[in-house]
Design a binder for this molecule. Sequence first.
Ligand code: ADP
Ligand code: MG
Length: 228
Amino acid sequence: MSKSSEIIKNYLSQGKKVLTEFESKELLEKIGIPITKQKLTSDKNDVVRFADEIGYPVVMKLMADDVVHKSDAGAVKLNLQNKEEIEKSFDELMNIPSKSEKKINIQKMADEPITEIIIGMTTDPQFGPALMFGIGGILVELLEDVSFRIAPIEKFDANEMIHEIKGFPLLDGFRGKPKADIDAIIDALLKVSDLVIQNPEIYEMDLNPIFVYNSGIVCVDARIILKD
Ligand code: ADP
Ligand code: MG
């Protein structure tokens, strides 16, 4: 059994259905999708130590099973510059009401991207795992500018998914911006495809957003939902 299958079976045996951002990104890292360096802890000194280790600025988020839309709950603290800001954020995050166990996800603040993208997966009752690709932000939310393919996909399909959205120019040097690393996006789409084919226990995935650069990508938020 592959590492990812073992991890998923383990969550299921604990009765876990919705993985937190930390758990979801940990799994993505195992399959080779780049994520922000992250650490899960409930100890304030630990948070400061990890920030010193990875370097400022950092991001802190509250991880709790019942806090799903983190920004709406005030559970995302961006661009923290020093120990004082970390300690203040720690107290504020830990004071957010929740019935679940609360921990802090301290992570690297990713550099400003060329653009944000989304890779998703939903389970179609008829066709099974469907992969989704789109440009992050309003293009997905308002204009529903996304492409879909039934998994498994090959490189050719991944390339088409990226090129067929209306927002493609944003990845292709729009208004003098650098071009996005299309190969890195293709690679991530293929890895998500492999993961969901190897693990039919996965019901839904949302890598949202992934920051895209001229060289490389990094997933800054993710959610994986398992089947009952
Ligand atoms: P939500 O649960 O509300 O979707 P996110 O984790 O996606 O919370 O954080 C909200 C936004 O904050 C993201 O869409 C992204 O723009 C920004 N963000 C989150 N984490 C990072 C990070 N590590 N580095 C840089 N920006 C981040
Ligand atoms: Mg998000």
